[in-house]
Structure formats: structure tokens, C-alpha cells
Design a protein around this ligand. Structure first.
Ligand code: NAD
Ligand code: UDP
Length: 319
């Protein structure tokens, strides 16, 4: 049985990766310190004899007994309100944490995939963003702690590839959504859906003309799986190129949720990117992958998940 270590296993993407690798017949070792994750995301796996969980902070030395074939490093706060609340841990998990996992991969002779992000492009000056764009990041802005940790993570990963010959993969993930997102993580989809469920007005930051391109989680996981199994070591964008303004997106949410709440406008957070759309032609070419789930279907599945949450979970504050 092939053995895979997944860090950030109790988080949104990590938990879906655990499910996917279990279903593919792997032995899965999940690792998480639960700083932004929740054990309930993987509770259904605890009875599975092919799954084990380590409660561990990956910025500390990482020890895993036995052999490992693959490592997927997904541990990191991922939403702006999380990484603004815990900026130093964010920098540490991208730098020290990545260093520990690259060292572990080298010691175990395992192939490692690193979760990078569209945020390496910052507030982009070219549109859509291809992997060849170097980015426009404010190192000292509030988002710098996340963006620069991820940029350093990519550089360190390439250094291990070039210097040690390690088998590495780098995925640049664009805004992904779906069941198991935290309702109070501040990202726009849980924010709007939570507001609709609580009967509150929907908050748009700025004038709402900024754009995002939202990818459903099942498509994202498929892209990541294919990249891991490919022989391509340079960064690859995985996301859905269907771009929408936040204004139009709020209207879609109002229609989907049937809420009769209003839209209210609040100040745009500093360095909030104005446009974001992945160019996914590289993923299409080398992985024969493209996003398949349309927004209506993906949002409905996500809303159905949020509707199952208890009244207590629904009321938890964002900040
Ligand atoms: P998440 O917050 O749901 O999951 C992250 C998990 O990592 C959490 O369970 C958290 O407890 C864990 N973690 C954080 N620091 C840790 C540490 N030091 N040691 C061990 N565990 C730690 O976020 P997510 O959306 O699932 O994101 C997962 C990864 O994907 C992150 O690396 C993120 O940067 C990347 N990513 C996500 C998106 C997206 O749209 N969801 C976009 C771009 C990149
Ligand atoms: N946003 C918003 N209202 C909210 C939460 C977010 O208008 O309640 C905006 C946010 O300013 C950004 C976009 O929605 O322009 C996407 O935000 P998110 O945090 O989901 O992702 P990111 O900015 O990291 O791409």
C-alpha cells in the first residue's frame, strides 16, 4: 500500500484530500495542529484502518515512522482574517514548516507537493494570470505575511529540487470553495452564505467591481491529484477561469439563497486584489485537466452543507 502524509488534514482542502487518497487505496497519515482546522472534517475517517492522525505543529521537527511515498503540504492559514490574526504562525508554516517537510521528503525519498496560491501574483498587472507572471506583491502590506511565505515556499521547494534532486510539485491554487469551509473564516462565499442564513445584510467590500474566479472543491482535488501523479515540477495554476465581479456574485447568492436582505458596502481591505482569473491552459496541456463544475451547481452543494450546521455554529462571530 502506498503511504501519503497530508499536512493541514483537518482543514477544508486537506480533509477532502484525505478522502480522495483513502478512496484511491492509499494509507493516509493526516497531520494538523488545529489552529484553523476542525477534527469534525475528518471524524468519519477515524474508524478507517488505513488512516491515522498526528496532532502536530509542522513548524516543529516532523517525525513520521515508516516509509512515505508522497507528502502533500497543505498546512497554512488560508483566509485573510485568519492570517491577519496569526501573521507570525503564517510566515512560520510557509517557511519553517515547508523546510521541515522538504527535509522529511528527502529523508524518506518521497515525492512532495506544495500548496501555493494565486496570491503569489499579488494584485496582478496582467490578466488573466499565467504561471510565467512574476507577480505584484506588497511585502510589507497586511497580506504580505501570507503571499511572501508562499513565494518563499516555492523558492525553497525549487532549491530542494535543483540542489538535492528531490521530486517536487507546486500547485498554485485559485479561490476554491465547497463543503467544510468554515462559515466564519471571512472568505466571501461562507461570509455571504452565513449572512443569508442569519438574515443579515450582505457585506460587499469596496465598490464590488473587483473580480474573482471560483473553483469547486472536487475539481480542485482532481487537478491536485493529477499534478502529483504527473512528471511536471514547475508551478501549475489550478482554478476555474469563470470570472465574476463581487457585485454580480452577491446577486447570484441572493437568488440562490432566497434571502430578501440588502447589500451594504464596507471599505475595501488594504491590498485586496482588483482582478483575479487563472489562465489554466498549462493544466489543460500537461494534465488534461479543466474545471467542470459550474458555479450554480457548486454553490448549491455548498449552501446545502451550510444549511446542515447547528444554530450555535451559525452564530459564531467572524472576528
Ligand atoms: P484551512 O484553514 O481550512 O486548512 C489549513 C489547515 O492547516 C488547518 O486545518 C490548520 O489547522 C492547519 N495548520 C495551519 N498551520 C499549521 C501548522 N503549523 N501545523 C500543522 N497544521 C497547521 O485552509 P484551506 O482552504 O484548506 O487551505 C489549505 C491550503 O491550501 C493552504 O496551504 C492554503 O494556503 C492553500 N490554498 C487554499 C486556497 C483556497 O481557496 N481554499 C487558495 C489558495 C491556496
Ligand atoms: N469580500 C466581500 N465581502 C465579504 C468578504 C469578502 O466583498 O464579506 C470580498 C473581498 O474583499 C475580496 C473578495 O470578496 O475582494 C474575495 O474575498 P476572499 O476573502 O474570499 O478571497 P481573496 O481576497 O483571498 O481572494
Amino acid at each position: 500500500m502506498k503511504r501519503v502524509l497530508i499536512t493541514g488534514a483537518a482543514g477544508f482542502l486537506g480533509s477532502h484530500l484525505c478522502d480522495r487518497f483513502i478512496n484511491e487505496g492509499f494509507y493516509v497519515i493526516g497531520m494538523d495542529n488545529l489552529i484553523t482546522g476542525d477534527l469534525k472534517n475528518i471524524a468519519h475517517l477515524f474508524k478507517n484502518e488505513h488512516f491515522e492522525f498526528y496532532h502536530h505543529d509542522v513548524t516543529k521537527f516532523v517525525h513520521v515512522p515508516g516509509n512515505l511515498d508522497y507528502i502533500l503540504h497543505f498546512a497554512s492559514p488560508a483566509s485573510p482574517i485568519d492570517y491577519l490574526k496569526i501573521p507570525i504562525q503564517t510566515l512560520k508554516v510557509g517557511s519553517l514548516g515547508t523546510h521541515n517537510l522538504l527535509g522529511l521528503a528527502k529523508a524518506k525519498n518521497a515525492r512532495i507537493l506544495i500548496a501555493s496560491t494565486s496570491e503569489v501574483y499579488g494584485d496582478p498587472l496582467i490578466h488573466p494570470q499565467t504561471e510565467y507572471y512574476y507577480g505584484n506583491v506588497n511585502t510589507i502590506g497586511p497580506r504580505g505575511v501570507y503571499d511572501e511565505a508562499k513565494r518563499f515556499q516555492e523558492s525553497l521547494t525549487m532549491a530542494y529540487h535543483n540542489f538535492h534532486g528531490l521530486e517536487t510539485r507546486i500547485v498554485r491554487i485559485f479561490n476554491t470553495y465547497g463543503p467544510r469551509m468554515r462559515l466564519n473564516d471571512g472568505r466571501v462565499i461562507p461570509a455571504f452564505m452565513g449572512q443569508a442564513l442569519r438574515g443579515e445584510d450582505l457585506t460587499i467590500f469596496g465598490d464590488g467591481n473587483q473580480t474573482r474566479s471560483f473553483c469547486y472543491v472536487d475539481d480542485q482535488i482532481e487537478g491536485i491529484f493529477r499534478l502529483l501523479m504527473s512528471d511536471y515540477h514547475l508551478p501549475v495554476n489550478i482554478g476555474n477561469p469563470n470570472e465574476i465581479t463581487i457585485n454580480d456574485f452577491a446577486k447570484e447568492i441572493i437568488q440562490l439563497t432566497g434571502t430578501d436582505q440588502k447589500i451594504v458596502y464596507k471599505p475595501l481591505p488594504e491590498n485586496d486584489p482588483l482582478q483575479r482569473q487563472p489562465d489554466t491552459s498549462l493544466a489543460k496541456k500537461i494534465l488534461n485537466w479543466e474545471a467542470k463544475t459550474d458555479r450554480k451547481t457548486g454553490l448549491q452543494k455548498t449552501f446545502d452543507y451550510f444549511k446542515t450546521l447547528s444554530a450555535e455554529e451559525l452564530q459564531k462571530e467572524e472576528h
